[in-house]
Design a protein around this ligand. Structure first.
Ligand code: NAD
Length: 480
């Protein structure tokens, strides 16, 4: 078998120790890899590079395409950019995959039969990082959910389920509130799910879904989620298996992939040969599967399970009465290597022969929809706080067939016929529509803005209101 060239970063804190242990184990198991080591992280940041990575190191990542990364320390303050976020976005690593399985009775957990895989969208949602202050009192963050982004992650989840012989894919969203953004994600889940009749599908509202996951994780199999929910709940899922120190994660794109432990660099434990290398080892196992070396991944995983079963534990999972021997990082690696070829007896052995890497079909863009402009929201900064007053002010802008339909404050309708008790900020959304069923023109929006300017109204932004293929594609005011 030809060797796969990978990029390795040993990182900071406990990083070098757990990386050495991980590489020693996978090489002993027969991993066919060649390694280019790069330096990233604290030293690079502190040398004045705010990205934490040099141009040469970046070139190596691009050339090799596969990146195994130990945790790094991001120095506090000082405008240092997160290397993780940069890597995910630059390399278009759209899928974050985090298997969370409990190792009962060898690692203490309240959930002995948990075996959940969290598949988190990794590039968009609130993490597009588009934020603005608009008035004295209000800032906004744009939540962007795209059709291609959602289709890719949801298809990935179903393909993953098929490849790994999983029975069910669950989707978490908050589409009872965010009908456009989370609504699109849910709709695409239903569309793509229909292509996988062999797999059970279900959708949960994220709040009750999260509660159920924390309480009864055995009810779930694969869960796919938009970025923010996935970020939060993948940590919850890993933690309730017993320890975040045992979980690895894969960040997968069409061309590139990055693998890591989910924990950080644990600086207080650095240099003492005490850290548990299991999280990074799990990341490396996901990498081996991804590069088509599922047989090696399987040998490593079964030997690792057997080591844990034999009670050979690092300090973080060591428990009197359950554990047999407390070992350091390097001795733990020796113990796993000594068990290569052995199977666990109590824990379920794994088989990765079926579940090797899979390729998604190339995303096919949909034909553009028929788009009708039916209105516009003018967002206004006005520190007057009286809805009836701003209502009259905005009605003065009515012209031709264009009229003020309503005003909301933080989404709630306050004019006409608002409730007195509704608290108002200085940020007003004023919705204009046509009153004769005709589409609005861009020129009419320009005229509205010109009139607003003449009346001394501080418009801070506009949002066009569209129907796409005859369907309303904007939210109504709350209480409208
Ligand atoms: P952490 O994950 O490093 O540590 C949290 C706790 O878990 C500590 O008590 C630590 O001792 C323990 N722990 C973590 N990994 C362990 C292991 N393998 N074996 C045994 N015990 C382990 O989180 P933190 O303290 O919040 O962050 C420390 C640094 O790591 C910060 O600079 C942070 O920015 C960075 N960080 C990096 C990544 C990454 O590179 N992917 C992720 C998270 C945090």
């Amino acid at each position: 078998m030809s060797k796969t060239r990978i990029t390795v970063a040993k990182g900071d804190g406990i990083g070098p120790e757990i990386m050495d242990a991980t590489l020693r184990i996978i090489l002993a198991a027969g991993a066919q890899i060649e390694i280019d080591e790069i330096e990233v992280g604290e030293k690079v940041y502190l040398a004045g590079n705010t990205a934490g990575i040099s141009k040469e190191a970046w070139d190596t990542i691009i050339r090799n395409k596969i990146f195994l990364k130990a945790p790094i320390t991001t120095p506090q303050g000082g405008g240092y950019k997160s290397l993780n976020v940069t890597t995910r976005k630059t390399l278009a690593l759209y899928a974050n995959v985090r298997p969370c399985r409990s190792l009962h009775p060898f690692v203490e957990t309240k959930h002995p039969v948990m075996d959940v895989v969290i598949i988190r969208e990794n590039e968009e949602d609130l993490y597009a990082g588009i934020e603005h202050q608009q008035t004295d009192e209000v800032v906004q963050c744009l939540k962007l959910i795209s059709r291609p982004g959602s289709e890719k992650i949801i298809r990935y989840a179903f393909e993953y389920a098929r490849a790994y012989n999983r029975k069910k894919v669950t989707c978490f969203t908050k589409d009872n509130i965010m009908k456009q953004t989370d609504g699109l994600f849910h709709k695409i889940f239903d569309e793509i799910g229909a292509e996988y009749p062999d797999i059970e599908k279900e959708h949960w509202i994220v709040d009750i879904g999260a509660a159920k996951l924390a309480d009864t994780p055995e009810a779930f199999d694969v869960i796919v989620m938009p970025n923010l929910y996935g970020d939060v709940l993948s940590d919850v899922a890993a933690q309730i298996t017993g320890s975040v120190g045992l979980a690895g994660s894969a960040n997968i794109g069409d061309e590139y992939a990055m693998f890591e432990a989910i924990h950080g660099s644990a600086p207080r434990r650095a240099g003492q040969n005490v850290a548990n290398p299991s999280g990074l080892l799990q990341g490396a196992i996901l990498m081996l599967i991804h590069i088509g070396q599922g047989d090696v991944a399987e040998r490593v995983q079964n030997a690792w399970l057997k080591t844990l079963e034999d009670g050979i534990h690092t300090y973080d999972i060591y428990k009197e009465g359950v554990s047999k021997q407390k070992v350091g990082t390097s001795e733990f690696a020796d113990a796993v290597i000594a068990r290569l070829g052995q199977m666990p007896k109590t824990l379920k052995p794994v088989s990765f022969k079926a579940g090797t890497a899979f390729k998604l079909p190339k995303y096919e863009r949909k034909a553009p929809a028929k788009k009708d402009l039916v209105g516009v929201d003018l967002f206004v900064h006005w520190p007057g706080f009286n809805p009836n007053e701003i209502g009259k002010m905005m009605e003065a802008l009515n012209h031709d067939n264009v009229y003020l339909d309503m005003i909301t404050n933080r989404g709630v309708k306050v004019y006409p016929d608002g409730f007195e008790a509704t608290f108002c900020t200085d940020h007003w959304r004023c919705r204009f529509k046509t009153n004769d069923g005709k589409n609005l023109t861009k020129q009419q929006i320009i005229d509205l803005l010109t009139k607003a300017e003449a009346h001394g109204i501080d418009v801070i932004k506009t949002e066009n209101l569209y129907y796409f293929n005859g369907e309303r594609a904007f939210s109504l005011g709350q209480g409208q």
